[in-house]
Design a protein around this ligand. Sequence first.
Ligand code: PLP
Length: 219
Amino acid sequence: MIADRIKSLNTFLADRARLVAVTKTQPVEVLHEAYRAGQRVFGENRVQEMTDKKPQLPADVEWHMIGHLQKNKVKYIAPFVTLIHSVDSLELLEEIDKQAAKCQRVIDCLLQIHIADEETKFGLTPAEAEALLHSDALAALAHVRVLGLMGMATFTDDEAQIRTEFNGLKQLFDRLAVTDRPNVQFSELSMGMSNDYRIALEEGSTLIRVGSAIFGSRT
Ligand SMILES: *Cc1c(COP(=O)(O)O)cnc(C)c1O
């Protein structure tokens, strides 16, 4: 049962980290079921799907964008999105800032860091993230706030490799967390999915993004 899995995951997490229930491809009935079980944070990876689902759920849901975000689509989620996990360029941050300003709000963001041993995954290198955080261009953006980092480990059975990648991200997080900029306030480290969230928690995750372990495999 979805409700049981959500409840036991949240009990397991306790105060250590929060659960982002990844509901991509799931029909809205499934989100309602999760909501009834107490879940309030939902992660989607496509703008169209998020904007379709948003009006069909209660207003106290937190919507987290976890997938690659194109600049021309930011405007559709800017009025309501709670956290964008997948920021991977200054240009994207500038567009988020522009759209947030139009909505008279500040949008919280995480920088996605490339930590996996795979070519296909998006994200900044540690050096790029550090340069971005210290840039005057970022400091000028009054309608975005960078709350931390997100990363995806390599899809592998090698737990030692996964742990090394998450540990590297945590060390980067700790190093960048002292950044003294008005719109940089590190508190969130988004790492861990269905197959590796236990390792991610041990390595310091504050937000785990879990889909299939709750909802079953996606069709
Ligand atoms: C789909 C997805 C998840 C959840 O993956 P599961 O393996 O189903 O838990 C987490 N993070 C991102 C960025 C995703 O796209």
